[in-house]
Design a protein around this ligand. Structure first.
Ligand code: NDP
Length: 445
């Protein structure tokens, strides 16, 4: 790493002790940015990196609620408003027991670059809670969301901070959160949250957008080698919002998706995952992946194992951070892997990324490859601002254009900085320069 950046990095790590995932995200970005600072000494003089690594605001709050048995429950809520150089803070809410400040900060930090790459007027932020929605009734989810919003509402707004979904937060949760925001503020402020229901201000394609966008990005990478999804053997991790829609899109482009997972295990379906059945189990019944095995022939379910034990030519990690390690990466590479498109945020460990890059695998990092979700959230904000609603075809066309554009920008930036095909470098530099220019223009704030 560039020596000038090393000193700044060390200070950032020391000031944020114990925030493992945040450290990982910062180190990865800093490793790309040496050449930018050779060309732009004004970024160092303007302390852009020091400012960028310090969130503009971090909010941590108590979320008290009552479960169905009448017992009191206390969770912790977070919203990290990281950077507003390009627009209102924008980024999802995650409800998962593993959530802590370091995880929210890593996600918010990544979001700054991702949002800049989309070309839309949105800054970076992220939030969530250590609340575990699994096994909770609808009424419990509603009471939790209402309590969470009872504090969050004072920090957000269509021109301030616009949350959306992430792990554990889908259409149901956004509905309860929006209802409580409206009730407290007495304002029908559609643009305050994205991922809303279609009949009350949501955008068509938003549910599909992250998974579709990841596949569109990966298809663009494959094209640079004269390939496409057609005929590929694909493995996807996760079976949530991003994973299901990535599976659907990959299969629509002619691939066979042979495996996917949840946190309990994975299924292998050599004939290709039946997306309708998967949606029924995961989205309608809110069941477990294990249920898929009994309802379709020639499927095997592996309890507890890693889905990365299944060979693939294209891997789409769509579950969570650090789920694909160096050993799994090496095994996939040995067995014919061509490309990786990260649907999740930072799902590949630093070791895994090094393995992919050394082997010349096409590797699309999450901050570029999964930008379709936030892109369509920004399209939802556009529709809300103009009191309009677009057709599925038009919205998908805009999403596709933007994802193709993000791919082109990452590729062109990697070329410009002398490392063709390095999408990590392209995404980090492409996002950073845009934010850094805006920060300098806006003065020392
Ligand atoms: P969902 O909650 O819909 O699904 C998450 C999936 O990942 C589930 O199958 C879940 O399994 C699995 N999973 C979650 N945590 C773990 C874990 N610790 N170990 C193993 N499996 C796990 O979330 P999304 O699909 O929305 O999000 C998935 C990823 O995509 C996240 O990294 C998120 O940040 C990222 N992302 C999401 C966007 C969106 O628009 N939703 C936008 C951009 C990125 P189980 O059900 O067993 O918990």
């Amino acid at each position: 790493m560039d020596a000038r950046l090393e000193a700044i990095r060390d200070t950032v790590l020391a000031r944020n002790p114990g925030e493992r995932e945040f450290h990982q995200a910062v180190i990865e970005v800093f490793e790309s940015l040496g050449p930018v600072h050779d060309r732009h000494p004004e970024f160092l003089e303007g302390a852009v990196l020091e400012r960028l690594c310090e969130p503009e605001r971090q909010i941590i709050f108590r979320v008290p609620w009552t479960d169905d048995a009448g017992s009191f429950q206390i969770n912790r809520g977070f919203r990290v408003e990281f950077n507003s150089a390009l627009g209102p803070y924008k980024g999802g809410l995650r409800f998962h027991p593993s959530v802590n400040l370091g995880i929210i900060k890593f996600l918010g930090f990544e979001q700054i670059f991702k949002n800049a790459l989309t070309g839309m007027p949105i800054g970076g932020g992220k939030g969530g809670s250590d609340f575990d929605p699994r096994g909770r009734s609808d009424a419990e989810i509603m009471r939790f969301c209402q309590s969470f919003m009872t504090e969050l509402y004072r920090h957000i707004g269509e021109y301030t901070d616009v949350p959306a979904g992430d792990i554990g937060v889908g259409g149901r949760e956004i509905g309860y959160l929006f209802g409580q925001y409206k009730r407290i503020t007495n304002r029908y402020e559609s643009g305050v949250l994205t991922g809303k229901g279609i009949s009350w201000g949501g955008s068509l394609v938003r549910p599909e957008a992250t998974g579709y966008g990841t596949v569109i990005f990966a298809e663009e990478m494959l094209k640079t080698r004269g390939q496409s999804f057609d005929g590929q053997r694909v493995v996807v991790s996760g079976s949530g919002n991003v994973a299901i829609n990535a599976i659907a899109k990959a299969q629509a482009l002619g691939a066979t998706v042979v495996a996917c997972s949840d946190s309990s295990g994975y299924i292998v379906d050599e004939a290709g995952i039946d997306v309708a059945l998967l949606r029924q189990i995961k989205e309608v019944e809110r069941g477990r992946l294990k249920d898929y095995e009994a309802r379709r022939s020639a499927v095997s379910y592996v309890e507890g194992g890693s889905v990365w034990d299944v060979d693939a030519t294209v891997a789409l990690p769509c579950a969570t951070q650090n789920e694909l390690g160096g050993d799994a990466a090496a095994r996939l590479v040995r067995n014919g892997l061509l490309a990786v498109g990260e649907g999740a945020n930072m799902p590949s460990t630093r070791d895994a990324v090094a393995v992919f890059q050394e082997a010349g695998i096409l590797f699309g990092p999450g901050k570029a490859a999964n930008a379709g979700g936030v892109t369509t959230s920004a399209l939802e904000m556009q529709q809300n601002a103009s009191r309009d609603s677009w057709s599925f075809a038009h919205t998908e066309e805009r999403l596709t254009e933007i994802m193709v554009g993000i791919h082109a920008r990452c590729a062109a930036t990697a070329d410009e900085y002398g490392d063709p095909g390095n999408y990590v470098l392209g995404a980090n530099i492409g996002g950073f320069v845009k934010v850094a220019d805006a920060m300098l223009a806006q003065g020392l704030i």
